[in-house]
Write a protein that binds this ligand. Sequence first.
Ligand SMILES: N[C@@H](CCC(=O)N[C@@H](CS)C(=O)NCC(=O)O)C(=O)O
Length: 205
Amino acid sequence: MIDLYSAATPNGHKISIALEELSLSYNLHCIDFSKNEQKSPAFIAINPNGRIPAIVDRDNDDFCVFESGAILIYLAEKTGKLLPREPKARSRTLQWLMFQMAGVGPMQGQYHHFRHYAPIQVEYGIRRYHAETARLYGVLNNQLAKSRYLADNSLSIADIATWTWVNLAERAGQDLNQFSHLQRWHKELASRPAFIKGVASPPRR
Ligand SMILES: N[C@@H](CCC(=O)N[C@@H](CS)C(=O)NCC(=O)O)C(=O)O
């Protein structure tokens, strides 16, 4: 059994979707940001960075994993699914996973912050992160013009990591009609039972 510490955010939903895709049983512990539970000593013992998501694998000596990309790799390696073994295919999957972790997530996350949460509207920040998110969506779109999924033609942890962010495209001021291949991919994954269940675990308010 896996304990998942999460909230209704794109980084949190990556892990619930992966657990559903992998048919792994898990207990969901919702972390309440309004109570700053992610900074409690009990949670810091699991994730020293004080952020969700994090997991504890009860079937592996209570092993703790933080950082959504590292959790996805851990779960893929635990099950032998969603991350190819063949070195080149594995590298391609990790390249797109890192592209999400270092690019799409942080840039779109900054846009969300400047546009929706900042106490003052800083035009420069809003424009910069909007443009950078659009540029990264263009890179994804070009890749998806060539292959069904991000890394080759089978679903991987790179698709799961990226989908939860693209799923919030509208909130990021992006129009998926401008990115037809990305839109095709987003729609296909949105209809998978594991994505439907995972993105509602916990549900967005
Ligand atoms: N790079 C980290 C980012 C984690 C992250 O930023 N989590 C946010 C929610 S999506 C969070 O816990 N925010 C609460 C806080 O910063 O206190 C990952 O991918 O796991």
